[in-house]
Write a protein that binds this ligand. Sequence first.
Ligand code: CO
Length: 251
Amino acid sequence: MILLKSPRELEHMRAAGRILAEVKALLREIVRAGVSTKEIDDKVEAFILSKGAQSAFKGYRGYPATVCTSINEEVVHGIPSPKRKLKEGDIIGLDLGCIVEGYYADCAISLPVGPVPARVQELLDVTRESLDKAIVQCRVGNRIGDISHAVQSHCESHGFGVVRAFVGHGIGRALHEEPQVPNFGEPGRGQALKAGMVLAIEPMITLGSWEVRVLDDRWTAVTADGSLAAHFEDTIAITDDGPDILTRIAA
Ligand code: CO
């Protein structure tokens, strides 16, 4: 069952999303060579708590941190560590959520640490663009498959791999609600989009194959072929006036 959100519920989700938009700006400042992923996690957690919100991930199925920090061939769910310091030329995916008045928002960005080769920058750019193209499809009367197809067609046309094992999701009073939002699929298929639905759309895209495996820590997902991966995510409300991106600051 897909839970539609009332205007009052959307206001709480908008407040949670606003905090995440501010965290994204903070991350662009603190991600640089020499910083550890634990330092990033500590700063983000302090910021979220200072806003009177809670971390959505800490304690979720036993996850031990506020941010998932996934470096290079790590796709998602990398665990912050004081021993893991960023180096020039790395790319890092940063995924986090927060809770306001019991309502969740979820987002992710991927950033380069200093300059990276052109094809790696293209991976970051195309993954972000695919999320933007997916958001354009978030209109009443469209279907989940229109969102999925927008991501897949853009990324595959650039020769990148589209991860299958993890998908986007509905979000609200839980981090993960129905429906699932795959990053691959056929236009015109799947659930019809209705006003009041809120979706977390999250393309996970690789320089190589789409296959992933999970490390012995039981969290970190890496590409099976060791190729680099990028991840972007926003939380989007479907409204009669079109998509409302809750995790960005309105221009
Ligand atoms: Co998510």
